[in-house]
Design a protein around this ligand. Sequence first.
Ligand SMILES: [Zn+2]
Ligand SMILES: [Zn+2]
Length: 262
Amino acid sequence: MYDLHTHTQFSDGSSLESMVTAAADAGCTGIGLADHCILVDDDFSRRERYDLAETYERRRERIDDARDRFDLRLFDAVELSYVRGTDDQIGAFLEEAAFDYSIGAVHFAEAYDYATGAPYAECPPADRREAVDTYYETVIELIESELFDIAAHLDLPERHPQLRGVTTAAHYEALAAALADSRTKPEINAGRVFRSLGRVHPNPELLDVFVDREIEFVLGSDSHTPDEIGRRVPFLEQFVETNQAVTVDAPAFLETTTELRS
Ligand SMILES: [Zn+2]
Ligand SMILES: [Zn+2]
């Protein structure tokens, strides 16, 4: 399989070579190195840590060098935090950087931080609904922007105990409707299968909503360490095996980008 969502030392992951080695050992035929990237300052001070916009050329040299030493395909990718109102900036950066593909992710929106969980425990239920509604509205804007090849971890707020269960079937329906009209593909994301959430994103119980609209998925372990790849890749392979109705394919965008680069 292709694991299209992993992180290296160029954001918050492990050494690039150790991640590629782990993917090869897990039997992957391709790995996507999709480091975090934030273009604009956010309220949560992640911009400095996630500075791939400044380091992607250095990382590209490392990837090119590793390509000579490994049999599997290495994809030079990005997980870019989508921020409302910055479509032009994101579009210009993606065009200039010319990654093999791009993953768009909503990690924060307005005053809400979905990546760390923020102090939602003190929020009254109405505010939690507002936080979750804002999340899905922003993801739908991400999909409709047509800027990205892949939309990351669709139901991210479910990761946090304080926001879990606030997502409704209507949210999934709205995501599926937007994806059906877009080039952007969702991922089956294994980032929390062995801790907290204990399942993939999006909720496997609601996958029919996407299957009914013939939406294709890609696979991403969202690993930050080699050990995570070793555990999550077999999990994803098993998941695909037991969920035959879910279409998972090596997307067409990978065929063209890699032909151009090889
Ligand atoms: Zn993410
Ligand atoms: Zn990630």
